[in-house]
Design a protein around this ligand. Structure first.
Ligand SMILES: Cc1cc2nc3c(=O)[nH]c(=O)nc-3n(C[C@H](O)[C@H](O)[C@H](O)COP(=O)(O)O)c2cc1C
Length: 433
């Protein structure tokens, strides 16, 4: 079992779902895609169920030719503020691209979110994928993998220095002495680096956590280096229990080698969930989803993450040899994972690959009744694959509430999960001691 006695849980508040055909399923009302009230409803459900945080994913481009995928258009900082006002205990983690954001702006936005949420904020730093994103920020194409991660390191340095540019007790608030701020308690940072020049200090006092929880979500070698050196939480994915165990050990070892307490780097594994009261009904819905996703769309999605065109291949054809990941590969984590499935003979044909990815981008999935789903989480948790999980419902509008209503009590009954009692996000993650 993991060192941590209780499972940490994050619930992804996307309004549609993680199966690419979720919006077409009769369970889904697609008009709720950008309905703030529905996001708020999910966040409140998650808070009431006692999960430790909700997670807001993000991307910074849109393909105008892609007319068959739902567009989730609520910008994360705006959404976070509104959700923070509707909740009081659950942590809120939002995604920021270090490749296309400026650290002074982001440090400032998070300083405000820290105050607004009373210390419940987390920043998921991603390096982004897709040349389309680069073209929205003045570049012709996405910078190479190594360059993106170098920028991510520097980005994290600068935001941290900015948050630390204020002492905890900087506000003196002495009206008699005419001193709002204690002299020397707020300092410039004078950062000069490859990507950024920032004088500082931040123009906002420290929030309740000092700085937000830092999350990292890429599992390439560069991603692991980044995560183990400076993240509080690492998001990852795995298609195999053994690989997840290896990843968990690797992150903890790297953290120790970097002079950190490995227990202060929490590994959370993303799992897509389709849960119904009856396992038979859950499996029927999984099949309905697969039927709703046209063959060409399945192949287009897989081709995108592999950066290899598979769109003309038939179901029974073998998966062609896939390249070794290079600096130009944007989804290194997924490429390495799929190559392993092929090397181990678990995936041979295009049809096998489609089945294994199950309408997603590489995140593993579990389908079943509440006991079957809880069994899966228990097995992976006890096997030391993670300190907790990111719940990614396949069809948000049914599997999301179903998970919270039926699987969580089962995990609690088994002594694996304890309802959060609130406090700062660091406190909820066991990182404030
Ligand atoms: C649970 C989870 C959530 C993620 N959320 C986002 C996201 O919101 N936006 C994004 O651009 N990438 C997101 N990613 C993707 C990764 O940050 C990363 O781009 C991808 O895994 C490739 O990383 P690598 O280059 O280190 O392999 C997420 C990954 C995981 C595991």
């Amino acid at each position: 079992m993991s060192d941590h006695p209780r499972m940490l849980l994050t619930f992804n508040i996307d309004t549609i779902g993680h199966h690419h055909a979720a919006w077409r399923h009769p369970d889904t009302d697609p008009r709720r895609a950008n309905d703030f009230e529905y996001y708020a409803h999910l966040a409140v459900l998650a808070e009431d169920a006692g999960v430790h945080s909700v997670f807001i994913a993000d991307g910074v481009s849109h393909d105008p030719d892609n007319t068959h995928a739902p567009v989730l258009g609520l910008e994360p900082f705006t959404l976070f503020s509104a959700i923070a006002a509707r909740t009081s205990r659950v942590g809120v983690i939002l995604t920021v691209s270090s490749s296309f954001s400026h650290p002074y702006t982001v440090a400032r936005q998070f300083a405000s979110l820290e105050h607004i949420s009373r210390g419940r904020s987390g920043i998921n730093i991603v390096t982004s994928t897709g040349d389309a994103a680069a073209r929205n920020y003045g570049l012709d194409r996405l910078p190479d993998h190594g360059a993106r991660y170098r920028r991510a390191h520097e980005f994290a340095d600068v935001i941290t220095e900015l948050w630390d540019s204020w002492d905890d007790d900087a506000l003196e608030l002495d009206a008699g002495a005419n001193r709002f701020v204690r002299p020397g308690a707020v300092r410039r940072i004078d950062h000069v680096g490859e990507n950024f020049r920032v004088t500082g200090p931040l123009n906002s006092p420290r929030g309740p956590q000092g700085r937000p929880v830092i999350v990292q979500a890429g599992s390439s070698q560069d991603g692991r280096e980044f995560a183990s050196g400076r993240a509080d939480v690492v998001y990852t994915i795995s298609q195999s229990l053994d690989d997840a165990q290896d990843f968990y050990r690797d992150i903890k070892q790297r953290a120790a080698a970097a002079g950190r307490d490995p227990d202060r780097v929490k590994v959370l594994l993303g799992i897509r969930v389709l849960v119904e009261d009856s396992g038979t009904r859950a499996r029927e819905k999984a099949a309905e989803l697969q039927d709703l996703l046209p063959y060409e769309q399945k192949l287009a999605g897989i081709s995108r993450i592999l950066q290899t065109d598979l769109t003309r291949l038939a179901r029974e054809e073998p998966v062609p040899p896939l390249p070794e990941p290079t600096d130009r590969h944007q989804f290194q984590t997924q490429l390495v994972m799929i190559r392993k499935l092929i090397d181990r003979g678990e995936v041979k044909t295009i049809g096998d690959l489609i089945e294994r990815l199950d309408g997603g981008q590489g995140v593993s999935s579990i389908t079943g009744d509440p006991v079957e789903v809880a069994d899966h989480f228990e097995e992976w948790f006890r096997a030391g694959t993670a300190d907790g999980f990111i719940i990614l419902p396949q069809i948000t509008q049914t599997s999301g509430p179903n998970f919270l209503r039926s699987v969580l009590p089962e995990l609690r009954r088994r002594g694996l999960f304890e309802q959060s009692t609130g406090g700062t996000l660091k406190h909820q993650l066991g990182l404030d001691a």
